[in-house]
Design a protein around this ligand. Structure first.
Ligand SMILES: Nc1ncnc2c1ncn2[C@@H]1O[C@H](COP(=O)(O)OP(=O)(O)O)[C@@H](O)[C@H]1O
Ligand SMILES: [Mg+2]
Length: 276
């Protein structure tokens, strides 16, 4: 992909926490980086889990964060000025901090509260150096989730079939995507990603067939690659590493690699050019 072109902006979102949004951003970004893609991760979750794993030095951001850019005088603090290094030279991150919650509260009533990131993206030609920009998102439908979707081309919804609550919140999340599309007509639901799949547990397999029915009735795809429940994912977070570094031979490492290949093949078709 030529560096002057616009990156592809992808949100990993679900109103529920614990579904694998952050794990998926970390591992998708990491695999694409090994293929030579240039990746920017924007952490829109004030819990900053993604920042804590990916940042090269969590204590040395020099005040650079998403909020610094959002609060800055227009033109003064572009997104590209708050980019930080990660463990991998091909991946950069705009970290988040807990102060983002104060910013969200402050702007919540403003008419353009959801436009902050998309406005910064439009003004910032330096972002064109990236092939992909991934938004990790908080577990709610608040200001930050709206900002990420307003700036995105695609959304991927991670769903663990064993988690009934993540299924219960789906309709509200799909409604939000529908309402954002009225303002951002580029936004498409790329596909649902099955995460933490443990067919041997409880009603996981039964829920999966319900999920398949639910989405096929809506014409929404599910990625062929499912990410199984895999202890190595937790262990990778403890080691503050992507799965490809901490357990490269694990089932999940292979599945995240397959998922990335699947995503790139979909983009080959959508964009009519070779991503892989
Ligand atoms: N495929 C998986 N197998 C096992 N545990 C997982 C898997 N994906 C995520 N987890 C664990 O589930 C928890 C929530 O994952 P996380 O990625 O933080 O979700 P979210 O960002 O949606 O809150 C974490 O403890 C993480 O290690
Ligand atoms: Mg998370």
């Amino acid at each position: 992909m030529a560096s002057q072109e616009r990156p592809i902006f992808i949100t990993l979102g679900n109103r529920k926490g614990g579904v694998g949004k952050t794990s998926s951003v970390i591992n998708i970004a990491s695999y694409l980086a090994t293929l030579g893609k240039k990746i920017l991760v924007i952490d829109t979750d004030p819990q900053a889990n993604c920042s804590s794993i990916l940042l090269k030095d969590f204590n040395d951001t020099n005040g650079r964060s998403l909020v610094t850019a959002l609060e800055g005088v227009p033109g003064e603090n572009p997104l590209s000025a708050v980019v930080c290094d990660t463990y991998h030279p091909q991946i950069s991150i705009i970290p988040n901090t807990s102060s983002c919650m104060l910013w969200e509260r402050k702007v919540a009533q403003e008419a353009d509260a959801v436009m902050g990131i998309s406005r910064l993206v439009k003004q910032d030609k330096a972002l064109n150096a990236y092939d992909f920009v991934f938004f990790d998102t908080p577990p709610n439908l608040g200001v930050m989730m709206n900002n990420a979707l307003m700036a995105s081309d695609f959304v991927i919804i991670p769903i663990p079939p064993s988690d009934q609550f993540s299924l219960d919140g789906l309709a509200a999340y799909l409604n939000l995507i529908g309402s954002i599309r009225k303002h951002n007509d580029r936004l498409k639901l790329l596909a649902v990603l099955i995460t933490k799949y443990a067919p041997e547990w409880g009603n996981s397999a039964q829920n999966l067939s319900q999920i398949k029915e639910y989405f096929s009735a809506k014409g929404i795809s599910i990625f062929q690659t499912h990410i199984h429940n895999c202890a190595e994912i937790d262990m990778a977070h403890v080691a503050r590493k992507p799965i490809f570094e901490s357990a490269p031979d694990s089932v999940c490492a292979h599945e995240y690699a397959d998922l990335c290949q699947e995503i790139l093949k979909i983009f080959n078709i959508i964009y009519g050019k070779k991503f892989i």
